[in-house]
Design a protein around this ligand. Structure first.
Ligand code: ADP
Ligand code: MG
Length: 729
């Protein structure tokens, strides 16, 4: 092992777990202590002000200036009492995780005095320097004006002595520049549409909320390794490195004991998350070595998205205190399981019913089936857009990589529900109002609760699986802002439910059909129409790829291809019609995503070229020189006979030369390709070219480097190896 690598390893092995103060209080006592939630508001506001805020939260009603001042004042007193010194509008720009601009409460006033200030206008609206955030050409930089506006549905919180106010981020011309704005619109759309449908079953329902539980997978690597791996440091993934002999066959890691240092990190993370009102509960190891998962309990979707973004930030910071680096990348190590962000999603009524939970009575189950089948239909109709919603450069390494959901969207529902849908489909083929068959229908519908009881059916290979009382969108990448897939999912479900209601109403009105019959008849048609999206088999298999192609499902394997759907006529129409985004906004976002994609491949190409040239090639030459000296020495003492004795060394010298030559040639070709592609103006074309003409060199260059890694004296190899990074605790 090289001295440098040895030192790195020694450092990591000698580390002790950081002491984290064990909290003596119950978890529930620290929960949300740093959140200006209902309880905190209740205690610090007048009854009237409190009532207004609640109304604003629950009905989206506007908050007037006077009231805003009252709230700001209460918020400020609360924050100061908790030791906060600054406040910030916290938002989620279109690239990067979260953004904020801190302002101090402290303000000098006349005659040398100062005071803490924060009023309604500072709470409600701010103007960050918008020019530094991506806008996809919506604004020219010289008129870079945008503002952040308070989102009262996500409570303010204190993080690192700063009062953070969740906000949306919008251009002065009205276009959204963030992830939250369209998400909020989609959530409202699904609320309206789902409420209308839920009222077929229960007139007391007046609001439906999308619920979301985000499971976050990540790797934890000692930070000493990062210093030794420019690729990890700058791109979040290893561009080179031979897979360890001892791979993920090491299944005992899964749910295995969590090493002390990791445990200390997790404990601190849990405490900090709880204080911020993030309901974390479970923790266990994931499939790959040094891979872990954090799964908070589900919450209202907007809040869950905010909490996930916040948590990614907290994790990164806390990890540093423990000398770890959190790797959120979808595929930090080739050949090792990647990381996802499983989005568990459902719909809940304000009467406390989970609409995707099968019920106790046939009527409840008709309700369940309604939302279940409509969701499947929505995914069926917009599978390609859903795929596009999770496209990014990192996720390309994960989707379809034989160990992650494929790039083909399909829905898994388990054998029992498949049987139910198959039976329902057969009832009274084609005919519309089979009054006489009512009993039969309800019998089938009524069977669901008992058969679902042993729903142990799990299919880890499915990108979109029904798991008992919710759908789990598993294909989302670990770095993603969950707002994006959630915005799309809720939009398409809203659209689908709208259509459903229209069709049901038409049958009731025009055909004088009974409500239940109308509902049942429409559902039966949907079951038929959306059948091809359902798939129960092994999503990783080649057979499925063929079968999916036959079924006409999309299989967009790269981001460059997948993103095209975002600006298809169908998508633009959907977002416009559902009032989620204007065509300008859709196109701007598309451009930003392409830009981001291009930039990531560009950076990877550069780093890969650098490492290969500056680390790998010199090391290979160095080793080769050692071999040459050896052969030379043999020649000196053995004379002509040396050729036989040094046969292997000579071969090795040749093999190494070949790898070096081929690798350098490939690096040169890649650099040329980058230069060529960079001259292309059309951004979509450029993304395609980066995908097809540049990225293709990565694997080829890597191949030679990884071969060299195996050949070269371990003493000389400069970069930390997979086995060191993955199996050191
Ligand atoms: P499993 O993966 O075994 O089904 P859990 O039941 O713990 O595990 O659920 C995983 C995630 O799904 C958790 O974040 C959980 O809070 C979330 N979840 C459970 N029920 C719902 C629901 N109705 N809506 C949204 N998310 C949910
Ligand atoms: Mg999971």
């Amino acid at each position: 092992m090289s001295t440098f690598r040895f030192k790195t390893l020694e450092k990591t092995l000698s580390r002790k777990p950081k002491k984290v103060k064990e909290i003596t209080a119950r978890r529930s006592d620290i929960f949300a202590v740093n959140v200006f939630n209902e309880e905190a508001m209740h205690q610090s506001m007048t009854k009237e002000a409190f009532k207004h805020v609640q109304e604003a939260v629950h009905t989206g009603q506007k908050i007037d200036r006077k009231l805003a001042n009252q709230i700001a004042s209460a918020m400020k007193d609360w924050a100061l009492s908790k030791g906060a010194t600054h406040y910030t509008h916290w938002f989620q720009p279109l690239t990067g995780a979260t953004a904020e601009k801190h302002d101090a409460f402290f303000e000098p006033i006349s005659n040398g005095k100062a005071m803490e200030k924060f009023d309604g206008s500072q709470l409600v609206q701010q103007e960050p320097d918008a020019s530094s955030f991506p806008n996809g050409g919506i604004r020219n930089t010289f008129e870079a004006r945008g503002y952040t506006a308070w989102d009262p549905s996500s409570p303010a919180f204190i993080y690192e002595r700063t009062l953070c106010i969740p906000t949306i981020f919008v251009a002065y011309t009205g276009e959204a520049l963030d992830h939250k704005t369209p998400l909020l619109k989609a959530l409202q759309a699904v609320d309206e549409a789902a409420t209308k449908v839920a009222r077929y079953f229960d007139k007391k329902v007046s609001k439906v909320t999308a619920t979301l539980g985000v499971e976050q997978e990540y790797f934890l690597i000692d930070d000493a390794f990062i210093a030794n791996r420019p690729d990890l440091k700058l791109t979040g993934r290893t561009l080179l490195g031979h897979a360890p002999a001892k791979g993920q066959q090491l299944d005992d890691h899964y749910f295995g004991s969590i090493p002390d240092r990791v445990m200390a990190f997790m404990r601190e993370l849990e405490i900090e998350s709880l204080k911020l009102g993030i309901p974390v509960k479970t923790r266990h190891n994931e499939v790959a070595p040094n891979q872990f998962e954090l799964a908070p309990l589900f919450e209202e979707a907007n809040l869950a998205v905010d909490h996930n973004s916040l948590m990614m930030d907290i994790m990164t910071k806390i990890a540093k205190r423990h000398h770890f680096e959190v790797l959120l990348h979808e595929k930090p190590f080739a050949g090792v399981n990647g990381s996802g962000k499983h989005n568990n999603w459902s719909l809940a009524t304000d009467t406390g019913v989970n609409l995707l939970s099968p019920g106790q009575t046939p009527m409840n189950n008709l309700q369940f089936l309604t939302f279940f089948v409509n969701t499947i239909k929505a995914v069926h109709d917009y599978e390609e857009l859903l795929r596009a919603s999770i496209a990014n450069a990192g996720n390309d390494h994960r989707l379809g990589a034989n160990e992650a959901p494929p790039a083909i969207i399909s829905v898994f529902i388990g054998q029992q529900l498949t049987n139910v849908l198959n039976e329902l489909e057969k009832v009274t083929k084609g005919k519309l109002s089979p009054q006489e068959k009512t009993d039969l229908k309800l019998n089938i519908v009524g069977k669901i609760p008992e058969i679902l009881l042993d729903n142990t059916d799990r299919n880890r290979t499915s990108p979109f699986a029904f798991t008992g009382n919710k759908f789990e969108f598993r294909a989302v990448g670990s770095t993603a802002n969950a707002a994006m897939p959630m915005m799309v999912l809720n939009t398409i479900v809203a659209k689908q439910l709208q259509e459903f209601a229209t069709e049901v109403d038409a049958l009731i009105k025009d055909k004088k059909m009974k409500k239940d019959d109308a509902i049942f008849n429409i559902l039966r048609e949907y079951i038929k129409q959306s059948k091809r999206i359902r798939f129960e088999g092994d999503g990783y298999s080649q057979d499925w790829e063929k079968e999916a192609a036959k079924r006409g499902l999309s299989n967009n394997k790269t981001t460059a291809t997948a993103l095209k759907t975002k600006i298809s006529k169908k998508s633009i129409q959907l977002f416009e019609e559902m009032n989620i985004m204007t065509p300008v906004e859709v196109k701007a976002r598309h451009e930003i995503e392409l830009d981001e994609y291009i930039m990531r491949i560009q950076i990877e190409a550069r780093i890969l070229g650098d490492i290969a040239r500056n680390h790998v090639v010199p090391t290979a030459i160095n080793y080769q020189n050692k071999l040459i000296k050896n052969v030379q020495g043999l020649k000196d003492i053995l004379g002509t006979e040396f050729k036989k004795t040094a046969k292997e060394q000579l071969n090795l010298i040749k093999t190494i030369s070949n790898h070096i030559n081929e690798m350098i040639a490939l690096i040169d070709q890649m650099s040329e390709a980058v230069q060529r592609v960079d001259n292309v103006d059309d951004i979509e074309k450029k993304a395609d070219l980066y995908c097809n003409d540049v990225k293709e060199y990565f694997e080829k260059i890597r191949y030679h480097s990884d071969e060299l890694e195996l050949l070269i004296d371990d003493e000389l190899w400069p970069l930390s190896k997979y086995r060191e990074m993955l199996f050191t605790k």
